[in-house]
Design a protein around this ligand. Structure first.
Ligand code: NAD
Length: 446
């Protein structure tokens, strides 16, 4: 089929690449000319395992606007950003409105009969897809012979395993009101998904919009819950490792998202929990549980920062090595990264930071230089630790778990490790001569 994907970020580019790899003819449109120019040179503007290979293998067409060739596509995916507004944290829907208007105008200029399906992949509050539909239809002239159906399909991919998640999804949800569109989309996704019987769930459009927010809010709840339990472990003399394991072995609970740490970050959980909280408020409902989840997440960073300041007797003029800048491992994304928040807070308190991340250094460098914050970026973890009074593990990169701690110990001014991701083996860290602080209890060295 002929597919046009509008917005080539983590979601759009991966969707386009996987559909192209399944044999469809794909055009990717992004208004960011720099991104498009990189992509035209076969270079990906984002890191995602396996993505480069798929991009090289398939001839996707990249454009900065929905031109005549793009508008001739059968199916349009809209995957533009819906970032939080700085003022109140509500999702900014301007990008999706712009994309809908542009698409409506371009479809309106088409001559002759045509049937198009527009699929919204961006995360949007219930009611948005119907409003977007009106915007698209406004572009179609009264006598237009273009028929179109609009569908909302929430995206569940995780950065760092986006290709895998797209090809082997737990479920594919379509909020859809047209049987014809549902049939075509099921066929399209089945051609891309590697599982035998993909789990399709068809719902009405607002329910599909809600499924995305509810899923992320539930996962965020698990994280805040385990972080509260971890704190209680510290107070009550228990150990979070055993507690998490013991909880997770219950199949009704499951072991995923029960790792205590610095809290959730990234471009989705913080934004989507806030958006859902606003949605509740707009309907006159106080979502007490969700508010607590958000508060606990904010508190978690502060608790850790407080621990660092207390142990080091203040951080002013202290050199601190920070391992990890990305919001999680296997990505170069630093949006709402707790590692970045932590560094900002430490710099504000006069600390000198030596940071390292396997992938996210470029983005972090741009971020801190735009804010006039001095951070030294180091080529590797050993370099970052050199001459520091303490080492913080801020992102759970697997490579950090296997570091030669004795080697690190020799180059540091003081032997203190703050493990914000409970990544290291406490016994090994202590054996290497470190004072070890982590999240959640005696064995972890609270
Ligand atoms: P992103 O910021 O990486 O990419 C969005 C892209 O859209 C940008 O390249 C931007 O230039 C482009 N864009 C904006 N307006 C445009 C327009 N009018 N025309 C063409 N291009 C335009 O965002 P993302 O991380 O891919 O997320 C996209 C959406 O998917 C968001 O709503 C997000 O909440 C949701 N989502 C993201 C993830 C994730 O892990 N990143 C997972 C699930 C859902």
């Amino acid at each position: 089929m002929k597919i046009c994907v509008v917005g080539t970020g983590y979601v759009g580019l991966v969707t386009g690449a996987c559909l192209a790899d399944a044999g469809h003819s794909v055009i990717c449109v992004d208004k960011d000319a720099e991104k498009i120019s990189l992509l035209k040179k076969n270079r990906s503007p984002i890191y995602e395992p396996g993505l480069d290979k798929i991009l090289r293998k398939n001839s996707i067409v990249f454009k900065t606007e929905i031109d005549r060739e793009a508008v001739s596509s059968d199916i349009f995916f809209i995957a533009v950003g819906t970032p939080p507004n700085e003022s109140d944290g509500r999702p900014n829907l301007n990008f999706i409105h712009e994309a809908a208007q542009e698409l409506g105008e371009k479809l309106g200029a088409l001559k002759g009969k045509a049937y198009k399906i527009i699929v919204i992949k961006s995360t949007v509050p219930p009611g948005t897809t119907h409003r977007v539909e009106k915007m698209v239809r406004k572009g179609l002239k009264k006598n237009s012979q273009v028929k179109c159906d609009i569908v909302f399909s929430p995206e569940f991919l995780r950065e760092g395993s986006a290709i895998e998640d797209t090809l082997y999804p737990d479920r594919v949800v379509f909020g859809v009101e047209s049987e014809k569109a549902a049939g075509i989309l099921k066929k399209l996704f089945a051609s891309m998904i590697k599982q035998k019987d993909p789990a399709f769930l068809l719902t009405d459009i607002p329910s599909a919009e809600m499924i995305k927010y509810a899923s992320n809010a539930f996962l965020a709840t698990k994280i805040s819950f385990i972080n509260e339990i971890a704190y209680l472990c510290e107070l009550a003399g228990a150990n979070i490792d055993g507690v998490s394991k013991g909880i997770g072995m219950d199949r009704r609970i499951g072991k995923a998202f029960l790792n205590a740490g610095l809290g959730y970050g990234g471009s989705c959980f913080p934004k989507d929990t806030k958006a859902l909280d606003h949605l509740a408020g707009d309907h006159g409902h106080v979502f007490h549980l969700l508010k607590a989840v958000i508060d606990v997440n904010n508190m978690q960073k502060k608790r850790f920062l407080h621990k660092i300041q207390k142990v080091l007797d203040g951080v002013e003029n202290k050199t601190i090595g920070v391992l990890g800048l990305a919001f999680k491992q296997n990505t170069d994304d630093i949006r709402e990264s707790i590692a970045i928040d932590m560094i900002e807070a430490l710099v504000e308190r006069g600390a000198k930071i030596r940071a390292h991340d396997p992938l996210a250094e470029k983005k972090a460098r741009e971020f801190f230089s735009a804010r006039g914050k001095d951070v030294v970026f180091c080529d590797g973890p050993y370099e970052a630790a050199k001459g520091s009074h303490a080492l913080i593990i801020a992102t759970e990169w697997e490579s950090f778990a296997g570091l030669d701690l004795a080697k690190i110990r020799k180059t540091m001014k003081k032997a203190v490790v703050f493990d914000g991701r409970n990544l290291l083996d406490p016994q090994k860290v202590k054996k290497a001569g470190f004072i070890y602080h982590a999240v959640g209890g005696h064995e972890r060295g609270s």
